[in-house]
Structure formats: structure tokens, C-alpha cells
Design a protein around this ligand. Sequence first.
Ligand code: ADP
Length: 481
Amino acid sequence: MESDDQVMTNGVLSPLKAHFTAGGGLNVHNPSDGTLIATIRTYEAGDLERFIEEADASRPDWSRRTAQDRADVLRRWHGLVLHHIDQLAEIVTLESGKPLAEGRAEIRYGAAFIEWFAEEGKRAYGEVIPSHHSDKRIVTLRQPVGTCAAITPWNFPVAMITRKVAPALAAGCAMVVKPAEATPLSALFLQDLAYQAGVPEGLFRVAPCTDPAMAGRVFCTHPLVRKLSFTGSTRVGKLLMAQAAHQITRLSLELGGNAPFLVFDDADLDTAVEGVMAAKFRNAGQTCVSANRILVQDNIHDAFVEKLAARVARVRLGDGRSEGTQMGPLIDRAAAARVSGLVQQAAESGASIRCGGTAEGAFLAPTIVTDVAPDMAIIQSEIFGPVVPVVRFADEAEAIRLANDTPFGLAAYMFARDIGRVWRVMEALECGMVAVNDGALSTEVAPFGGIKQSGLGREGSKHGLAEYLDIKYGLLGALGT
Ligand code: ADP
């Protein structure tokens, strides 16, 4: 590491010094060059149990406060996150490798959940239901589910935390978070800013661990944890779901995807190309809503691939902290090797590599693969890298059949102009989210989530708050009315 870099790195990380340890902790690396950024203190099963108990003990005071009072604290947290946007973005870039511009965009996006749920918490309305009997009345109350836990991934290390913690706190819950091993620094910064904003220390806790399976077991078996929210792989989601059966812990699961990206022959091809750029190359393709399979109608296939290849050639690859970088490395070398392996395997099975395909360290240049058959591994698995596999289809029926031919059902993208076609296909796609003529659908105001093996529950919007509220039905009888 250059000495200048060290000054910069030390400067940006100085507020986190209290979390550092000399040895025996968790080593955090910069994916761009593999250098060690920091070694941080980690927590064992006994610590997690203590954090859960402390969270549960501070919860009654918090949930007794008015929603306005909780909103005031959350809004201060929102303000502090935005105030520190440059520092937080740099930390996200250091630990995840994404370009600084994307780091900043993530902080804005992550902060938006805090503001949204601060407001939405004031609207946790119950109901008065017309009664079945003249001297009885029926009401419903919305009450916080209790003490919650969360396990989050490295691809959006800030936003994946705020969209769980903000609704939990707004609803009157407490939460203990185990962040991803690769990206605990921004999570700890987020926690410290929450404390500065007035979130009680015990109520919300970020607890980095070296043994994620242990954290999962503690969260699913501790009797005080009423709900677990997880974002990550379907493999781990299934493990957690099995463990949650132990005490019927409520679950929100945001798992893997295999998003189809359909381009019909009436689409505006330039819009569709820009859609691929947003849906595929953001975070170097490491998002659960990344376009995984580009399905293109036969008669526009060649024209579309030409335009896409020309556009992709302009993407500037580099260290996320360098000026002008548009795409950074993958999270580590192993990820780049795995993704380029999928590309080579497709080529051996008859696909053509139009550009890219070879990993250098953790970097993989934007890759386009054509002549891809629907049964190839590159189509069946979640790529999680900057690779565009293009599959041809003949008509609407075949497009829908191919798009739905997956156990996943998170996002889908479709490009077409005919309104009848748009409506028919949107209804027929088996997924939780469909973007029509757009490549970016994440926003705090809309319900994000999947069906099939992509998960349970929704994050963002009023539905994201409901995940942290129980419904209590109250019957008032013998009213003499
Ligand atoms: P990814 O491929 O995105 O890393 P993972 O599902 O492996 O997906 O990781 C997402 C989160 O799940 C991370 O915080 C990770 O530490 C955690 N995790 C990994 N394995 C387990 C496990 N067995 N139980 C609970 N959490 C786990």
C-alpha cells in the first residue's frame, strides 16, 4: 500500500478505532489490491446472547415512546448518515471495491430507508371492524414484534442494514445485526452514528463475528428473538428457515435471484441497452436483482448484441477509489475465478464469448456471451458478476416459458412498447418485481422482495414496516349497546 493511501485510509477509518483489535479479530481486506485495511473485534455466542438480552431490556422504554419521538431520533440518524456521506462511501469502497460514485449512491439509498421508515412509523394504524354482534366491538392493534436479529450481505453493506433496522426501530422493536465478514466497517460506522443520533446503545447493536453459522444458530434459538431478517444466498436462507422452526421465529428472507431480462422486437433498443447497463453492471453484477439472463427476440438479436457490445466497450474498469472508474473488482479473487469459470464452461458447451471472460485478480471485464442455451450452468445459476449471457427466443409464449424456468422469483426486466404485451408479460412473470423499460427498480418507497425460492416478505414501502408489526385482534363484549 502506498504511504499516501495509508494516510487516507487511516484518516477515513479513524472514527472506527475503538472497534480495532491488535490480533485475533476479523481481517478486512480491500478487494482491489488485497491489502489489509483493518482488524476488528469480533463477538462469540455468549456476547451475542448478551446483546440480545440487552436489546430486549431496552426495548420496552423505546416502544413506549411516541412514534413521533422515535421518528425524531431516526431523522437525526438520517441526517448524520448524509452528513458523513463521503467518509461512509469511501469506507464502502475500501471494503467492497465498488466505485466511489456507487458508494455514494448506496449511502443516499441506504439513508432514504431511515427517513422513509421514520415517517412510516407514524402510520402504523390499527382498525375498527364492523362487529358481528350488536353489543360487541372489534378492533385491531399493530404492535412491535419484539426483539429482532438480522444477518446481512456484503454487496450493499449499508443499505441492507438500514432497510431492516430502520423499520424495526420505527415500529418499536430492538435489533442485533451480524454484518457480512467482508464489510463490517461501514456497518459499525452506521451503528456509531445511530448512537450519536440518540438510539439507545443496547437497542441496536452491530456484532461482527468470524463464525456466521454460530450467529445464525444463536439468532434462531434464543427465546428472546422473535424475528430474523436475512439477506443472502438461498442456501443459507434454507438453513435458517430450518433452524427457525425450532421456536417458529418469524422470518424475512431476501435470497438469490435469477432475473430474466426480456427484449422484445418492439422495444427501443437504446433504452434496452441502457437497461442492461443499469441492471447488469451496477456493483459489477453483484446484486440479487442483477439481470442474469438476457432473452432477446430472434429478429432483433444481432442488432441488440452489436449495440450492447459497443456500449460495454466504454466501461472503465479500475480501483473504485480512482477518478473515472465505472466498475470495480468483484468481492475477491475467488469470486472472479468462479464467474470466469462459468464463462469458460459455457464456451466449452458451444457458447461464443463476444468480449471479456478472463479474470485478473479480483477483476473481470464486462463480458458478453452469445449462443447460450437455456440449460447451461451460466443460465441456471446466479452469476453475481459482470457477465451478460444472451439467449434467443421466438415469440411471447417462449419468452415467458424461458423466463419462468427457474426456482427463483425475485426481479424481472422487460423491454417492449406494445401496452397489451407489456401487461400480459408483466402478469405472467413469476417474480416479486418487474421493471418495464427500466433497469433499476430499487427504491425505499416500493416493496422489494421475491416469491418462489427468492424469499419471504418485503422491504421498503408500508409493507416493509408491516414485517415488524404483529396484528392483535381485540374483542370488546357486553357493551350494553
Ligand atoms: P453471499 O454469497 O452473498 O456471501 P451468504 O448467504 O453466504 O451469501 O452470506 C450472506 C450473509 O449470511 C453473511 O452475513 C454471511 O456471513 C452469513 N452466513 C453465511 N453462512 C451462514 C450460516 N450458515 N448461518 C447464518 N448466516 C450465514
